[in-house]
Design a protein around this ligand. Structure first.
Ligand SMILES: Cc1ncc(COP(=O)(O)O)c(C=O)c1O
Length: 406
């Protein structure tokens, strides 16, 4: 029977995961090593102690779902100020997609210019303005039906990490550009050396009065309990966060600098941020408790994550080299991607999580791992959590090697 659900992954699939605990998720009586952790949201793993405690506290303290201004959201914002130090005000919503949509709305209300500059390889969720991928000439091509042509006309791509080419495109369009949006550390290819490029984006955007937006959905909190902007000391005008900050509950957060806030106030701009569950008391309570725990235990948590992540990276890359397998592990902190090619210079390929010609091989590897009770998501992004053990990592390494050999 065909499936009732049209969301990605449901079509032609009768394997529905039932739950999870620690580093494992459950499927028909099997305990499967999870490498997704709710698309990178569960830094503390499935059903962590703090998650369960938060739910019990919600019950005990009678914290109900509140759409009206509530203490929980206010307390969370105070805590966020300590982590996201470059930001002055926060707006809560329910997903990364919503955060990006509203970040763009803020940006468009600051100036009348209408062009968005996006970088190749960045992903910003289900936002109509940005649901495009660049072709070889960097022209935007929609990746979904139903995207209005007007979005295409207002979008230009620049090649991530290529200062020369990006500069040319930005200078050519400088009077039309409203904002530059970038996933500063790209999940599609995490590169440490991105700092120079991000500094260039900051300089050129400042010079030409262009808003700079950092999409830190993944890097927020996962960067050693801080943010990438703090880590690199670069101050974008608007930033978006979510995932780990929700501790397993849906959340999106927009942070704006004092300057952006003053700009909106000065021009008396009223930007609409409403939504039934925006700043709701349950998500913000669990988010606050999780963030607080992570901050208080950050040395221990991130030391272990770094140790295990680098063990995985080094062991696999040595294996690929010694067996002359054209693959490589790219990593930033505990965000990891195995790329099934050793040639990754063409800009266009960054956006594709798996190089299309190799798709069949990748699917084979995924299926092999699934038989060994390891779940790797189809976009190839691997996350480890605080509950991923050394035993898990060794088991993963052993079976990934076997998968490549077979
Ligand atoms: C960098 C980045 N931005 C935006 C999004 C969209 O977030 P959401 O899926 O919560 O809408 C994602 C989701 O994976 C993401 O990784």
């Amino acid at each position: 029977m065909s499936n009732l659900i049209l969301n990605e992954g449901y079509y032609n699939n009768n394997n529905f995961f039932e739950g999870g605990s620690g580093s494992k998720i459950f499927l028909k009586g099997r305990r499967i090593l999870d490498l997704s952790f709710c698309a990178g949201s569960l830094l503390l793993g499935h059903n962590s102690k703090i998650f369960i405690e938060s739910l019990k506290e919600i019950h005990r303290k009678k914290i109900s779902s509140l759409a009206s201004p509530n203490l929980q959201a206010n307390n969370f914002a105070k805590l966020l100020k300590k982590v996201i130090t470059y930001k002055d005000k926060f707006i809560f919503c329910n997903s990364g997609t919503e955060a990006i949509t509203k970040a763009l709305r803020i940006s468009f209300s600051i100036s009348n210019k209408s062009m968005i500059i996006a970088t190749t390889g960045s992903w910003h969720g289900s936002v109509d303005n940005l649901l495009f991928s660049p072709d070889k000439m960097l022209r935007p091509t929609p990746i979904s039906s139903g995207i209005l042509n007007s979005h295409k006309q207002n979008l230009k791509f620049i090649p991530y990490n290529n200062i020369e080419k990006s500069k040319k495109i930005i200078l050519k369009n400088k009077l039309k550009i409203n904002c530059i949006i970038v996933e500063p550390m790209q999940a599609s290819l995490p590169l440490h050396e991105a700092k120079n490029y991000l500094m260039f984006l900051r300089q050129i955007s400042k010079k030409h009065n262009i808003i700079l937006i950092f999409d830190e959905l993944i890097t927020g909190l996962r960067t050693n309990g801080s943010t990438l902007q703090n880590y690199f000391k670069i101050k974008p005008d608007i930033s978006t966060f979510g995932k780990c900050f929700g501790g397993g509950f849906p959340i999106g957060i927009i942070g704006i600098t004092k300057k952006v806030y003053q700009n909106l106030s000065k021009k008396n701009k009223k930007v609409f941020f409403g939504g039934t569950f925006s700043a709701n008391s349950i998500s913000t309570y669990v988010g606050m408790r999780t963030t607080d725990y992570i901050l208080k235990n950050k040395k221990k948590i991130f030391k272990k994550l770094e140790k295990f992540s680098s063990l995985f990276e080094n062991t696999m890359n040595n294996f690929f080299k010694s067996h002359m397998i054209p693959a490589k592990v790219y990593r930033f902190k505990s965000l990891i991607r195995v790329v099934f090619t050793d040639r990754l210079t063409e800009e266009g390929s960054r956006g594709n999580f798996f190089i299309s010609k190799k798709l069949q091989r990748v699917e084979k590897i995924r299926k092999f791992l699934q038989k060994k009770n390891i779940y790797i998501p189809s976009n190839g992004l691997i996350y480890f959590s605080d509950q991923t053990s050394l035993q898990d990592i060794n088991y993963l390494i052993k079976n990934l090697k076997l998968a490549f050999k077979t």
